[in-house]
Write a protein that binds this ligand. Structure first.
Ligand SMILES: C[S@@+](CC[C@H](N)C(=O)[O-])C[C@H]1O[C@@H](n2cnc3c(N)ncnc32)[C@H](O)[C@@H]1O
Length: 344
């Protein structure tokens, strides 16, 4: 963070997603991802024309806003994750080989981690990093049309550029170079065992159909003594159904938990594929592959307990525990024991 252009020390020699330059030492011979084999892109489920229009409207509205708050929130989220990891495991996220799973179109956390670490991201979607014809064609060819439309919309509206500029200001750097991001599925990674010192993911695992396989893969690719920090958005939280109109609201608004209440469930329009796992199922999956894993529970800034109490008094949401309704982000932090090459 020295005010100069950021030149991350890449694990992979290229930021172009080219597979030619990957050193053999880090990846197994790659299965090139069969992009049409995947049943979905997390953002391309069928939701109907009207909800899709509403989603695009929200996208445009959010895109036209200044991106300063999003950038500040990103830097804060990374700092909090680093502090949590240090507190629970003693590991400082510096000078490590870092993998981010599902960095998304803005690479927002990956850009932060790249300042002090060797980073690589993997995502099932193609992530264009420059406004160049070849990059855009690759995105159009490899991503489903909805993903492509959203990406192009954000580029055309200038949202990504404004976000990058705001993030650079927050981090005290003048700009970002392309980062190495590979198209790869978290449930079937091509990395060798014990490759990474830190694996991070935010808001991805709730979209994966076989999250147990992805968790086992994380445990496999971590080196002994390495740490995973996996944050996921819990389905049973108020906003867990990923309805863009609920996401776009500045604060939780009634009806709360509409997707879990029969009277409101039909009004909900999720914009992403979700596995709908509940808190106890997540805890069991993590504990199985990562014995001794720590959990942290992130809540909405507004306390929803009084509203929940009222709903319970009316006989609603009886089958859900308070903790799973009030937890928005479940964060699993695990240090792979020294001397263990692969768990699970
Ligand atoms: C909601 S976005 C989160 C993006 C980013 N982590 C953030 O917080 O801004 C979810 C991302 O996970 C990716 N993803 C979904 N399933 C995946 C999988 N099985 N393997 C790798 N990436 C996946 C999606 O393509 C998408 O980019």
């Amino acid at each position: 963070m020295n005010g100069t252009d950021v030149a991350p020390r890449h694990i992979f020699a290229t930021g172009e997603n080219s597979l030619r330059d990957e050193p053999d030492a880090l990846v197994q011979p790659r299965r090139r991802m069969d992009l049409h084999r995947s049943p979905y892109s997390y953002s391309s489920i069928k939701i109907g024309l009207w909800p899709r229009c509403r989603e695009l409207y929200e996208l445009v509205r959010v895109s036209l806003r200044p991106q300063n708050r999003g950038a500040a929130d990103t830097v804060l989220a990374v700092r909090k994750a680093e502090e949590l990891v240090l507190e629970r495991t003693g590991l400082r996220v510096e000078n490590l080989k870092v993998l981010e799973i599902g960095p998304g179109q803005q690479l927002r956390h990956l850009r932060c981690f790249a300042l002090k670490n060797d980073v690589v991201g993997i995502d099932t979607d193609a992530i264009p990093q420059k406004f160049a014809l070849a990059e855009l064609l690759r995105t159009v060819r490899q991503n489903p049309w909805m993903r492509t439309a959203k990406t192009l919309g954000r580029i055309v509206l200038g949202r990504d550029a404004r976000f990058r500029a705001a993030l650079a200001r927050e981090l005290g750097v003048t700009g970002f170079k392309p980062l190495p991001v590979l198209q790869m599925d978290a449930t079937r990674m091509d990395f060798r065992d014990s490759t990474f010192g830190f694996v991070f993911s935010c808001s991805v695992f709730e979209h994966i159909d076989e999250p147990g396989s992805a968790i086992a893969e994380v445990a496999r690719v971590l080196r002994p003594g390495g740490v995973a920090c996996i944050s996921l958005h819990l389905y049973t939280s108020h906003s867990g159904q990923h309805d863009p109109s609920i996401f776009a609201a500045d604060r939780p608004r009634p009806p709360l938990w509409p997707h879990l209440r029969p009277a409101f469930a039909h009004t909900v329009r999720p914009s992403a594929h979700l596995n709908r796992l509940r808190l106890e199922q997540w805890k069991e999956l993590f504990t199985t592959a990562m014995p001794g894993v720590h959990f942290a529970y992130g809540r909405d800034s507004e306390d929803l307990s009084p509203a929940l109490k009222e709903l319970r008094a009316g006989g609603e949401l009886a089958e859900y525990a308070d903790e799973e309704l009030l937890t928005v982000n479940l964060v699993a932090v695990w240090k792979k024991p020294e001397g263990v090459r692969a768990v699970a």
